[in-house]
Design a protein around this ligand. Structure first.
Ligand SMILES: [Fe+2]
Length: 207
C-alpha cells in the first residue's frame, strides 16, 4: 500500500506503485485500461511535472504545496495541471479496491446517512454528478465543514483549493473508461460505485 508520505514527497516526484495488481479491478476496469491510464497518463503527469518544476521556486516543494501555490494562477497553469493530475490519480487509485468494494465503516456510514439519507442516495448523487460533468473531470465525495457532499471538478481541478476535504474520487476523463466502455460513462461510473469503492480509504480521510 502507498503511504501518505509518498503523496507528500518533494521533487523529483515519483509515480507511486499501484495499490493492487493491474488486473485486480477486472472486469470493471481492465488491465489494458490500467496499462494506459496508470502506465502512460499518470506516469506522464509525473514526468511532465518534474520537467516543469526543475530549477524553479517549486522544485523542492511537496506536491500538495505546489497545487495550492499554483491554483488559479494563469501563468502557472501547466504546473498546476500536472501537479493536480499527479495527485488526483494517486488519490483515485487509492479510492478503488478489488473484491466488491465492501461497505462503509460505521463512522462513515453514519455521516452518509445524515448527509444523504442512505448509501444508495449518496451513490446516486455521485453518478448524477459524473454525468453532469461536461467534458473531462472528477467527481468527489468530500467533507465540507462537518457535512458530506458530492462535488465535481473540471479537468485537473481539486476540491482542496476551495476548502473541502476529499474522501474519495472517480476519474471521469474519457481515458478512464473508453477502452472498456467506449462512450458509456454512466455504465463505468455505476459499475465502479457498485463494485470498487474503497470505503475504508474514504473513512480514513475523515480524520
Ligand atoms: Fe485519469
Amino acid at each position: 500500500m502507498m503511504s501518505n508520505d509518498k503523496m507528500k514527497s518533494a521533487s523529483p516526484h515519483v509515480l507511486p506503485p499501484l495499490p493492487y495488481a493491474d488486473n485486480a479491478l477486472d472486469p470493471i476496469i481492465s488491465a489494458k485500461t490500467i496499462g494506459f491510464h496508470y502506465g502512460k497518463h499518470h506516469k506522464g503527469y509525473v514526468d511532465n511535472l518534474n520537467k516543469l518544476v526543475a530549477e524553479t521556486e517549486f522544485a523542492n516543494l511537496p506536491l500538495e504545496k505546489i497545487i495550492t501555490k499554483t491554483a488559479g494562477k494563469t501563468d502557472k497553469t501547466a504546473i498546476f495541471n500536472n501537479a493536480a493530475q499527479t495527485w488526483n490519480h494517486t488519490f483515485y487509485w487509492r479510492s478503488l479496491r478489488p473484491k466488491n468494494g465492501g461497505e462503509p465503516p460505521a463512522v462513515l456510514k453514519q455521516k452518509i446517512d445524515v448527509s444523504f439519507g442512505a448509501l444508495d442516495a449518496c451513490k446516486k448523487e455521485l453518478a448524477t454528478a459524473a454525468m453532469a460533468q461536461f467534458g473531462s473531470g472528477w467527481v468527489w465525495l468530500v467533507l465540507d465543514g462537518d457535512k458530506l457532499k458530492v462535488v465535481k471538478t473540471g479537468n485537473a481541478d481539486v476540491p482542496m483549493t476551495t476548502g473541502m476535504k476529499p474522501l474519495l474520487t472517480i476519474d471521469v476523463w474519457e481515458h478512464a473508461y473508453y477502452l472498456d466502455y467506449q462512450n458509456r460513462r454512466a455504465d463505468y461510473v455505476n459499475a465502479v460505485l457498485d463494485n470498487l469503492i474503497n470505503w475504508d480509504f474514504a473513512a480514513e480521510n475523515l480524520g
